[in-house]
Design a protein around this ligand. Structure first.
Ligand code: NAP
Ligand code: 3JN
Length: 340
């Protein structure tokens, strides 16, 4: 049996990845309906060799008959439209931050807290975490279960694709202009040039000096691990990479765990690939993670700043595992658990 699937934000970076991931994983799609704004209405996108016409979401009145709606059109679209899909009977898997911290909405990473997926019935919405949180918790979970994790200090190196199609265009145009000796065109998405630069600024700043992206890493990690006491101090940084977020993750554990023990646990962990032979120059790299669904972990070593500390380097494709793949895995979980 197949399902009637809607994609909201189908023309975007994440929306197009939804189409690829649904096709590659052979998700049972009986019917597909694609939505975007009026700007893209009428555009055609391909799924399994067939063309589908994009519809203007704002012109739609009813969503009856849709089983699963995958949303990636930003927070305000999710806030307004996800409840309308849910009211008409769809289960919404939402990629924005709009619903993540709602106590009636589960926040799910299938390798970490699959049991939470069933708690969607109050609102009909399941939230997909932020990309930086997803890859970090997939790598933390086996260590957390074995040794407990009290605190995490993380710095991210985030690809421009996390900021959408226009940000990718910014990096491409600025790099080309720089290489050709032309003036660098102004960025559409960033407050400074991103080519040959590093910006310690993702999303908006708060009074305490942290950004919203950094807060997402703290509060989402607490919700996913059901641990209100875990401390996460994040510094989120944009780097001139097209696809793949990298993270330097240092943690203090409750009990002793050696790098060898951590490496063995991570090798067995679902969705994780250990790449950790530094003497042969083997460690995770965004260019190797691009197009892949796993989380890559390497540079596993004792952290020198904590009493019982461990450090590692974690890389994943932010548009796939960080967004589209995680959401499709949630849909697969709903099917496997007979929840739709
Ligand atoms: P993008 O490339 O800029 O695409 C945005 C998509 O949203 C386009 O399809 C756009 O349609 C559509 N859209 C915008 N306004 C709309 C409206 N009023 N009604 C209907 N559709 C509308 O951005 P993206 O990278 O795909 O990201 C989209 C959203 O996904 C983000 O804002 C974020 O909330 C979420 N996201 C989450 C993660 C994560 O960490 N899990 C990562 C990346 C993105 P048009 O073609 O018509 O403009
Ligand atoms: O910048 C990144 O690398 C990830 C960005 C994610 C993002 C971008 C725009 C709006 C989000 C998100 O998923 O948290 C949002 C949002 O919905 O708040």
């Amino acid at each position: 049996m197949g399902y009637r699937v809607a994609i909201v934000g189908a023309t975007g970076e994440v929306g197009r990845a939804f189409l690829r991931v649904l096709e590659e994983r052979n998700f049972p799609v009986d019917e597909l309906v694609l939505f975007a704004s009026e700007r893209s209405a009428g555009k055609r996108l391909t799924f399994k060799g067939e063309e589908y016409t994009v519809r203007d979401l704002s012109k739609e009145g009813s969503f009856k008959g849709i089983d699963i709606a995958l949303f990636s059109a930003g927070g305000s679209v999710s806030k307004e439209w996800a409840p309308k899909f849910a009211k008409d009977g769809a289960v919404v898997v939402d990629n924005s931050s709009a619903w993540r911290m709602d106590p009636d909405v589960p926040l799910v990473v299938p390798e970490v807290n699959p049991e939470d997926v069933k708690d969607f019935k109050k609102k009909g919405i399941i939230a997909n975490p932020n990309c930086s949180t997803i890859q970090m918790v997939v790598a933390l979970k086996p260590i957390y279960d074995f040794a407990g994790v009290k605190r995490v200090v993380v710095s991210t190196y985030q690809a421009v694709s996390g900021a959408g199609a226009k940000a990718i265009e910014d990096l491409r145009k600025q790099t080309k202009a720089w290489c050709e000796g032309e003036p660098i065109p102004p960025a559409q998405k960033f407050p400074h040039p991103i080519a040959f630069n590093v910006l310690p600024h993702i999303d908006v700043f708060f009074e305490d000096g942290y950004t919203k992206e950094e807060n997402k890493m703290l509060y989402e990690t607490r919700k996913i691990l059901h641990d209100p006491d875990i401390r996460v101090s994040a510094t989120c940084v944009r780097v001139p990479v097209f696809y793949g977020h990298s993270e330097s993750v240092s943690m203090e554990t409750e009990k002793e765990i050696s790098p060898e023990e951590a490496r063995e646990l991570l090798k067995k962990a679902p969705g994780v690939v250990v790449v950790d032979e530094p003497k042969s120059n083997l460690y995770p790299l965004p260019i190797h993670a691009e197009g892949r669904d796993e989380v890559f972990v390497g540079r596993i070593r004792k952290d020198r700043a904590f009493e019982r500390g461990l450090s590692m380097w974690v890389v994943a494709d932010n548009i796939r595992k960080g967004a589209a793949t995680n959401a499709v895995q949630i849909a697969e979980l709903l099917v496997r658990e007979n929840l739709i």
